[in-house]
Design a binder for this molecule. Structure first.
Ligand code: HEC
Length: 133
């Protein structure tokens, strides 16, 4: 199967989207979806490219990529779910690239790793109620 690089995908999504530093080349399938299934793999393949290793964030001057590490805004799962579905500023929407199941996994991962300890997991129902699909 042919692989596209994530940067090519993101370029297709918006010419304004740039990676501060690309660590590795995540792969997506021909359909334009990410193949990774676990929250950890999704984080490492997608989010880390902008939010940096361990989600520590970075401010390049040209772009600010907030830390997901130790981030109290993750206390409510609805916040990262909303951003993944709708995008926010320099962060593109991933609605058409991640399934609801993948969103559940990556949200549960970032809320219970990277120094965050919000053990109440989000559910497929919660994500579905927000994605309307
Ligand atoms: C192309 C770069 C890029 C990628 C890839 C990316 N983000 Fe972001 N993200 C951003 C930027 C830039 C912001 C800040 C947006 C703003 O505040 O205007 C942000 C903001 C966020 C926030 C809000 C943080 C806060 O403190 O308010 C969350 C949560 C988040 N991203 C989660 C994720 C997750 C989970 C992934 C992986 C599935 C991801 N992001 C992938 C660029 C990215």
């Amino acid at each position: 199967m042919n692989k596209l690089t994530l940067s090519a995908l993101l370029l297709g999504m918006s010419s304004l989207v740039t990676y501060p530093a690309v660590a590795g080349t995540p792969t997506v399938s021909e359909s334009g979806s990410f193949e990774q299934k676990t929250g950890e793999d999704l984080f490492n393949s997608i989010c880390q490219g902008c939010h940096m290793e361990g989600g520590k964030g970075v401010n390049t001057g040209a772009g600010f990529y907030p830390a997901l590490a130790n981030n109290p805004r993750l206390s409510a799962a609805g916040y990262p779910i909303f951003i993944l579905l709708n995008g926010l500023g320099g962060m593109p929407s991933f609605k058409h690239y991640l399934s609801d199941e993948q969103i559940v996994e990556v949200v549960n991962y970032i809320r219970t790793n990277l120094g965050n300890d919000y053990p109440e997991k989000t559910t497929l129902e919660e994500v579905k109620s927000m994605s309307n699909r």
